[in-house]
Write a protein that binds this ligand. Structure first.
Ligand code: PBG
Length: 331
């Protein structure tokens, strides 16, 4: 960073450039546009499960038709990408997680439905076994241990099914070791050379995912916690090693997750690696801000301020449940 030169007062009056909206805009260091957004949506295959998610006020589980409408809305609002999270039938969850790589699972059906109505919209996926796992974990569980290498093999099958369904961006969120290299090799081998990987590289074992687990119906199921695979919130160097490793294995873009409590990590990742860097403003962050807005405790400006903070911290974009609302305010 350049060394700031400040003339002594009154030669320097920093308020001169804050006087009008035009002057403030002229010297704004970062901006936020709809192009900075990725919109996560929940798509359910369970009849009657669509509708409100109490811990995420304003967010709904969608049907396939709802996903189509969201895709059309994203295109209208210039949101470049939508990220599909499946809410799968709880009665079909098991330990084999076989539905994760079924071409007809709800995630893959949603990808195809979106591509039908909005072929140009980028569709991102989530790669992890938790939507289909009876115990709510992102990997296979045997004797209370999360198996790494066996899980990676399953994730590869899941990824290929998503790529076959038309996904543009794959989002491995599982935090198994070696998955990025395995996914990249499999995609090349299967002719999916242009499918991009946005790695959940610096994903922390966070309490801020609670409402998401309600949304996908994993809350009651999760046995134990995810601390043996997600990063300890105390660690920064470890996050940097994860990002370096994932980029070296072929990730096209990297993510820091959660977002607001980890803005220091966003800045460090952008400065050190200069790769396309995204933050996930996760469900708990959304719930805090939107809940406070709906109670009249915060104004709607808090939403835009929270998004702008990611840009200031070096992020190219943000996955946020605020995407449609924020994009509407930006047009
Ligand atoms: N692989 C699961 C997954 N993918 C995205 C989120 C969280 C997103 C959010 O909280 O908004 C999670 C939850 C978890 O790791 O338990």
């Amino acid at each position: 960073m350049a060394t700031p030169i400040i003339a002594p007062f009154p030669a320097s009056r920093l308020r001169r450039l804050r006087r009008t909206a035009q002057l403030r805009d002229m010297v704004a260091e970062v901006n936020f546009t709809p192009a900075n957004l990725i919109w996560p949506i929940f798509v359910s295959e369970v009849a009657g499960a669509e509708g409100a998610i109490p811990s995420m006020p304003g967010v709904e589980r969608l049907t396939l038709d709802g996903a189509r409408r969201a895709a059309e809305q994203a295109m209208r609002l210039n949101i470049p990408a939508i990220c599909v999270f499946p809410h799968s039938d709880p009665d079909l969850k098991d330990e084999t997680c076989e539905r994760a790589w079924d071409p007809e699972n709800i995630g893959n059906r949603a990808i195809r439905a979106i591509k039908e109505v909005a072929p140009d919209l980028a569709v991102m996926t989530d790669i992890a076994l938790d939507p289909y796992n009876i115990n709510g974990h992102d990997g296979f569980v045997v004797d209370g241990q999360i198996l790494n290498d066996e899980t990676v093999e399953a994730l590869v099958k899941m990824a290929l099914a998503q790529a076959d369904a038309g996904a543009d961006i794959l989002g491995p969120s599982d935090m198994m070791d070696g998955r990025i290299g395995a996914l990249r090799a499999a995609l090349e081998g299967a002719g999916h050379k242009h499918v991009a990987i946005l790695s959940y590289a610096a994903k922390y074992a966070s309490a801020f995912y609670g409402p998401f687990r309600d949304a996908v119906g994993a809350s009651g199921r999760l046995v134990g916690d995810k601390k043996t695979y997600q990063i300890n919130p105390a660690n920064r160097d470890e996050a940097m090693r994860c990002v370096a490793r994932d980029l070296a294995e072929g990730a096209d873009m990297v993510m820091v997750k959660p977002g607001m409590p980890y803005l220091d990590i966003c800045r460090a990742v952008k400065d050190q690696f200069g790769a396309p860097t995204f933050a996930y403003q996760v469900s708990g962050e959304y719930a805090m801000i939107e809940g406070a807005i709906q109670n009249g405790w915060l104004s709607r400006d808090a939403m835009m301020e929270s998004l702008l903070a990611f840009r200031r911290a070096g992020c190219d974009g943000v996955l946020s449940y605020f995407a449609p609302k924020a994009a509407e305010m930006l047009v």
